[in-house]
Ligand binder design. Structure first.
Ligand code: E4P
Length: 217
C-alpha cells in the first residue's frame, strides 16, 4: 500500500520522506490556505522533494477553465497529478487532461457510482472521502469496499486513494480492503507506530537495564 501525505507543510513532508514513508503528497485549496504559501511555489517545492505523485487541485468550476488550470499545474513538474472535483465538468476535464498524458486525481468522491464514472473518464486516482462520509453517519469504508469490487470486476486500473482519513483504523481497514493508496495527515501516519504494550514493554526493559549497571556506548 502506498502512503501519500495530505498536507502542504514542507517540514512535515520532509520528516516523513526522510524515513521513506512518503510515496506521494495530496494538497487541496484548504491545505494551501493553511500553509499560507503561494500554490505554484509550494507545489514546486513539494514536487522537487518527493519522487511520487503530488496532487495539485484546480479551482475553476467549468471544464474549459479546469483544463487550462490543470495544464498550468502539470507544467510545474513531471510528478504533478492534477486534482479535479467529481462533477460533470470535472469528469470532462479528467478525460482531456488524462488523454494528454497527465496524471489526474478525481477528488470529492462519495459514492461507488461516482468512482465508476471517474475510472471511465481515465482517472489515475479516485479519492473517496471516508471521514466526511462517517461524519454524516454513512459508512466510508463500505464505499471503499464497493469501489474495490467494481474496479476488480471490470479490470479498471484507476487507483483507489482512500482520503479524508481521520484515524489509524481508517488506514488499517483501507489496507485490508485493498485500497491502493491512503492519504492521511502526518499526525495520523505517525500514530501507526503507537501501542501501549510497546511503551509498557520498553519501560520494563529500561528499568531492568539500569539494574545491570552496564552501558553499550
Ligand atoms: C484528499 O485529497 C483531501 O485533501 C483530504 O483527504 C480531505 O480530508 P478532510 O476531509 O480531512 O479535509
Amino acid at each position: 500500500m502506498k502512503f501519500f501525505v495530505d498536507t502542504a507543510e514542507i517540514d512535515e513532508i520532509a520528516e516523513l520522506n526522510d524515513l521513506g514513508m512518503v510515496d506521494g503528497v495530496t494538497t487541496n485549496p484548504s491545505l494551501i490556505l493553511k500553509s499560507g504559501r503561494d500554490i505554484l511555489e509550494v507545489t514546486r517545492e513539494i514536487a522537487a522533494l518527493v519522487d511520487g505523485p503530488v496532487s495539485a487541485e484546480v479551482v475553476a468550476l467549468n471544464a474549459e477553465d479546469m483544463i487550462a488550470e490543470g495544464r498550468k499545474l502539470a507544467k510545474i513538474a513531471d510528478n504533478i497529478a492534477v486534482k479535479v472535483p467529481l462533477t460533470w465538468d470535472g469528469l470532462k476535464a479528467c478525460k482531456v487532461l488524462s488523454s494528454e498524458g497527465n496524471m489526474v486525481n478525481v477528488t470529492l468522491c462519495f459514492s461507488a457510482n461516482q468512482a465508476l464514472l471517474a475510472a471511465k473518464a481515465g482517472a489515475t486516482f479516485i479519492s473517496p472521502f471516508i471521514g466526511r462520509l462517517d461524519d454524516i453517519n454513512l459508512d466510508g469504508m463500505e464505499v471503499i469496499s464497493d469501489i474495490r469490487n467494481i474496479y476488480d470486476n471490470y479490470g479498471f486500473t484507476t487507483e483507489i486513494l482512500a482520503a479524508s482519513i481521520r484515524s489509524v483504523n481508517h488506514i488499517m481497514e483501507s489496507a485490508l480492503i485493498g485500497a491502493d493508496v491512503i492519504t492521511a495527515p502526518p499526525s495520523v501516519i505517525k500514530k501507526l507506530a503507537d501501542h501501549p504494550l510497546t511503551d509498557k514493554g520498553l519501560a520494563a526493559f529500561m528499568k531492568d537495564w539500569e539494574k545491570t549497571g552496564q552501558q553499550i556506548l
